[in-house]
Unconditional design. Structure first.
Length: 145
């Protein structure tokens, strides 16, 4: 029996919309990462970028469970000595919730060229307005708990 190996140029790419309103940020990020990698398809091949495009909307209405709003921190460094900047997720979600979602999805993808190409297929918006109607995206129907 032969093993099927998908080729990148033969992969059928679709566009999906995930609504993050009222759902946990991490659960939405996991679902987006699975779609971006293509693990939801029966033709999944680990070494080929066979995933679909994802549009995440309403990130302002995504929730963080437990005490994550006050305890979880986003750290970045300016590159200068003593340039560590830390922001609590309460203020990050209030000002840049799309960045918080992008960071969560990025952490769930592989940290190599395959993950970088998958991350380029992700679009994140704070509200329900997006400019991808021409691609005819469909809503992701499976349950996000």
């Amino acid at each position: 029996m032969k093993t099927f190996m998908e080729k990148a140029q033969n992969a059928d790419k679709k566009w999906y919309i995930i609504d993050a309103a009222g759902k946990p940020l991490g659960r939405v990020a996991v679902t987006a990462a699975v779609i971006l990698r293509g693990k939801h398809k029966p033709t999944y091949t680990p070494n080929v970028d066979c995933g679909d495009f994802v549009i995440i909307i309403n990130t302002d209405k995504a929730v963080l469970t437990g005490n994550k709003l006050d305890q979880k921190m986003w750290h970045r460094h300016t590159g200068y000595v003593g340039g560590l900047k830390s922001v609590k997720y309460r203020s990050l979600m209030a000002t840049r919730s799309d960045k918080a979602m992008m960071l969560a999805v990025e952490g769930m993808l592989p940290h190599n060229s395959l993950g970088r190409s998958a991350l380029r297929k992700l679009r994140v918006y704070k509200n329900d307005k997006h400019e991808h109607q021409a691609q005819q995206p469909v809503m992701w129907e499976r349950e996000i708990k």
